[in-house]
Design a protein around this ligand. Sequence first.
Ligand code: ITT
Length: 188
Amino acid sequence: MSLKIRVVTHNPGKVREYQSSLGGYGLEMEHINREYDEVQTDHLEEVVDKGMKQLHAEGLRDFMIDDSGLFVNAFGGFPGVYSAYVQKTVGNPGVLKLMNGIEDRSATFRCCIGTWIGNERIIVTGVCPGEILHEARGTGGFGYDPIFSPDGKRSFAEIPTEDKNAISHRGAAVRMLADELRKRGIIN
Ligand code: ITT
């Protein structure tokens, strides 16, 4: 029987990526569209740690949450933990405008995953360096995918989910998570 993990997020794009990657380990994702408090901090890990404790205290079991962000070097890491707010307000056109005339377009995506399965609590973080493109490209993915490129050529929105998982921050975090789940005998 496959183990069901409740993915607590407002973002169906994340659930798609988890189904595509963790599905391969025999895990089944169930999307739970539910709120948890995101504390004000510079660290994704702290948001995840607090969020997990809150959801567990509310009675949720066998779940995972994901806090991610795009850290632009020329902006000292901004939007980082504010990535959702910036995406909602100025969006990709706004970020491209802010980057106008800036030479250093390097940026890093970070993804912190927290899982609480049975009594096992695991927090891992994956990163993906790349750059902000000069224009939005592609129709796949979600969020910042059309303006972020891991190789300076294709955007994340121009490649299939499996290819994104192979190189992305979330894919890297999933591989670390799978190692930890294997060590604990939760997956084979
Ligand atoms: P939840 O917090 O409900 O999970 P969210 O979309 O608000 O969903 P985050 O706070 O983790 O998620 O994400 C911050 C922002 O970064 C948000 O606008 C996402 O769309 C974007 N983002 C996260 N992962 C991304 C990815 O792999 N590719 C492109 N954008 C991403």
